[in-house]
Ligand binder design. Structure first.
Ligand code: ASP
Length: 320
């Protein structure tokens, strides 16, 4: 595919996704991803910029409580939410990031405002909330409006599973593995992200999340860190998901771009090399699009909610 053809990829979270995922969650997420491909593709067909499209798609997923971002954000150990997001324009390398949000309905749009209306890249916590209040048109809600009964239940069950595992752990074993599934088997993975190349050949990436369940208050993950959860330049656009601490240590999103830039790898080679280097315990995945319209969606987890489409009519929605 040459320059001038659009392409888009979307992710809705990577991790230990059960094969027997409840039907309503599986179908709900698949149809949301399909809807995102539809709105993203039609905006790209209408010559909208990739920056506009990745924001549009991520907003859509933030508004869907089935995903761990915006309204569906998982809870901290204190039962509160702290949302985070970042966006990057590959052509200019301008970017914006936010974290520690408790009231902003669409963190990705606030990240874009940070990029476009401040001299900074990254605003967090009170400063980010104050900036949101000063901007016209930034929708906010009370913090309690983001706390869904499903996520309260997930936190409760998560804490209970830690207690049981600690009780059963060998005394010298200091790492306890836990899964954050609720009663119907869902782990509320679902960080969301979108990457795209538009008809002008410009790339952009956006990622948004509630983070990880039971995270410490004040914990910042990979999602708002440019180069870790999100990156875009003139080679590619990347959005990562999975264990934030691993993604930060591996500077995952930037590494994909660096392998293309410095080693001349194709997008698929670069992306799968970064995921393989995370082995044997690779707990993340990513979606990426290159300047030639190539798409890569590798993951080292059991699954990743993902979807992609290209201008020539190809489209795909997949989980495992
Ligand atoms: N990467 C996110 C974080 O660690 C979580 C995820 O993608 O599921 O905050």
């Amino acid at each position: 595919m040459g320059k001038g053809q659009w392409a888009i990829a979307v992710q809705g979270g990577a991790g230990d996704i059960p094969i027997d995922l409840p039907k309503h969650i599986k179908e709900g997420r698949e149809s949301a991803l399909r809807h995102c491909l539809h709105i993203g593709s039609s905006a790209l067909n209408h010559s909208h910029s990739s920056l506009h499209v990745v924001e549009l798609v991520v907003r859509e997923l933030e508004n869907n409580p089935l995903f761990n971002a915006g309204r569906g954000s998982v809870l901290t150990t204190e039962g509160t939410i702290e949302m985070e997001a970042s966006i990057m324009d590959g052509k200019t390398k301008k970017c914006g990031s936010v974290c520690g949000l408790k009231t902003v309905v669409n963190p990705i749009s606030l990240a874009r405002l940070v990029m476009e209306k401040t001299p900074h890249v990254y605003l967090g916590f009170e400063g980010a909330e104050a900036f949101a209040r000063e901007q016209q048109g930034v929708a906010t809600l009370e913090p309690c409006d983001f706390i869904t009964p499903a996520n309260v239940e997930r936190l409760k069950q998560f804490k209970e599973s830690i207690r049981v595992q600690l009780d059963n752990a060998h005394p010298i074993q200091n790492e306890v593995k836990v899964e954050a599934r609720n009663a119907d088997g869902d782990s509320q993975l679902g960080t969301v992200g979108c990457v795209a190349i538009d008809l002008d050949g410009h790339l952009a990436a956006a990622t948004s999340t509630g983070g990880v369940i039971n995270k410490w208050v004040g914990r910042i993950g990979d999602t708002p860190i440019i180069g870790s959860g999100t990156y875009s330049n003139t080679y590619c656009a990347v959005s990562a998901t999975g264990s934030g601490e691993d993604i930060i240590r591996g500077t995952v999103a930037r590494d994909v771009a660096a392998l293309m830039e410095y080693k001349g790898l194709s997008l698929k080679e670069a992306a799968s090399s970064v995921v393989k280097n995370g082995a044997p315990e690779c707990k993340f995945g990513l979606v990426a699009v290159s300047a030639t319209g190539e798409i890569a969606m590798p993951f080292g987890t059991t699954g990743m909610f993902r979807a992609c489409a290209t201008q020539d009519g190809y489209s795909e929605v997949a989980i495992h």
